[in-house]
Design a protein around this ligand. Structure first.
Ligand code: SF4
Length: 414
């Protein structure tokens, strides 16, 4: 078994843990933000309905800012107030509501999981973090812990980006915070700290602290309710601690939780020495030619042709202008030709490369792809009959385009 971590990285004093819980919860009761999912969950006496309200919010909040989520959340809960209602929705409706929120597979999996609860689990939500994670698609360790603690009162901790930052600062953890060894330690710590009688509030309080006080760049340590338990702050104020066993610096280089020997504590950074992450891989560059085919509809309004993407992979099931991935380094002239070939095969029309009007380029950053859309337009003056064996397609007005399940990238293209 690996050796236990040095004492400075642990919460081992029961009195300190009790004090930290009390201070954090008192602060949360006074300062928590008024958010729609909190309001809904607090007013909901039925635990399963509460779990659904929490679940939707947690999935939407993954990788997305609170301010962006609020409107989507309100519309979603109005349209599908219960798990049973969501289970009856079509994927098209889910994609339409999700459009613009990004990471589209989240909505799809949420709906798949709702259907599974209704059809395979007799409408009963699993009630522990272990079962939630095991039985529901798209529910990982964090979401399972959030639902179980906030809806069913299970005393289980949770670790997300905010919690990582707070815990790493509280206990001076400077090793790569995305490494499995550190993540495992943080889960142990979260489980040890979580308040036994108010686990859901405690978890939300820890995340709220990370979101509003212990923020990445300029944390408000002076206002922090747990500052007296914070070893990063102590180190900032008093310098390198005296070499006594319970607070000793572990010895740069030999401790698996301290900053790496090559990047020791930097006093100009203060508490923001923690957490640290290994450098991210840069996103992959990709280019796609996309063509806005337009015509005058029967009432004279401009209409655009959109096609549906395959049901798996990036932006699964969403609608887009006819598009074609481009090989790296392809010359402009060649790009036009391959796009014209593609459109010709697809529409059966004699599309000439020279007829495609180059409009410009649109850059969109997905989490792992730096995508450039090379945008062309092609006005058509007759109807196009598309081969029904190809992807589904339809003509839409600008208003209909915005109401369709299209990605933010395609809105930029338009
Ligand atoms: Fe974060 Fe500062 Fe509070 Fe420590 S004292 S937990 S660094 S806000």
């Amino acid at each position: 078994a690996p050796a236990p971590p040095p004492a400075q990285h642990l919460f081992s004093d029961p009195a300190e843990i009790e004090a930290l819980r009390g201070n954090l919860l008192a602060w949360y009761d006074k300062c928590k933000r008024d958010l729609p999912w909190r309001r809904l969950a607090a007013a909901e006496p039925d635990a399963d309905r509460r779990a659904y309200a929490v679940w939707v919010s947690e999935i939407m909040l993954q990788q997305t800012q609170v301010a962006t989520v609020i409107d989507y959340y309100n519309r979603w809960m109005q349209k599908w107030p219960t798990l049973q209602a969501l289970a009856q929705a079509s994927l098209e409706e889910v994609n339409e509501l999700w459009a613009g929120l990004g990471y589209y597979s989240r909505g799809k999996r949420l709906q798949e999981a709702a259907r599974k609860v209704v059809s395979e689990l007799a409408g009963q939500m699993p009630r522990t973090a272990e079962d939630l994670q095991k039985l529901l698609p798209g529910v990982g360790r964090y979401t399972a812990g959030a639902i179980a603690s906030m809806s069913y009162g299970q005393a289980t901790g949770i670790v997300d980006g905010n919690v990582i930052r707070v815990l790493c600062r509280l206990r001076c953890i400077g090793a790569d915070s995305s490494s499995p060894a550190v993540i495992e330690r943080l889960w142990d710590m979260a489980n040890a700290l979580v308040d036994r009688s108010r686990p859901g509030d405690f978890n939300q309080a820890l995340m709220e602290l990370g979101a509003t006080v212990c923020v990445p760049k300029a944390p408000l340590c002076g206002e922090c309710p747990v500052k007296q338990h914070c070893r990063a702050r102590r180190r900032k104020l008093f310098g390198k601690p005296a070499p006594v066993p319970d607070v000793e610096d572990c010895g740069v280089g030999s401790c698996p939780l301290c900053p790496p020997a090559a990047e020791p504590w930097d006093s100009s950074l203060g508490v923001t020495n923690f957490p640290r992450k290994a450098a991210k891989k840069p996103p992959r560059a990709a280019r796609t030619a996309t063509c806005v085919l337009e015509r005058r509809g029967c009432h004279g309004a401009l209409e655009y042709l959109i096609v549906q993407r395959p049901s798996s992979g990036l932006l699964a099931g969403l609608w887009e202008f006819p598009s074609l991935p481009l090989a790296q380094g392809l010359q402009e002239e060649k790009q036009r030709e391959v796009l014209a070939d593609h459109l010709r095969a697809w529409t059966g029309w004699p599309v000439a490369a020279g007829g495609l009007r180059f409009i410009g380029e649109v850059v969109h950053i997905f989490s792992h792809i730096h995508q450039t859309y090379v945008v062309y337009s092609l006005p058509l003056d007759g109807d196009v009959t598309l081969d029904p064996a190809l992807s589904p397609s339809r003509w839409v007005t600008e208003k209909e385009f915005h109401a369709s399940a299209v990605s933010t990238a395609m809105k930029k293209v338009l």
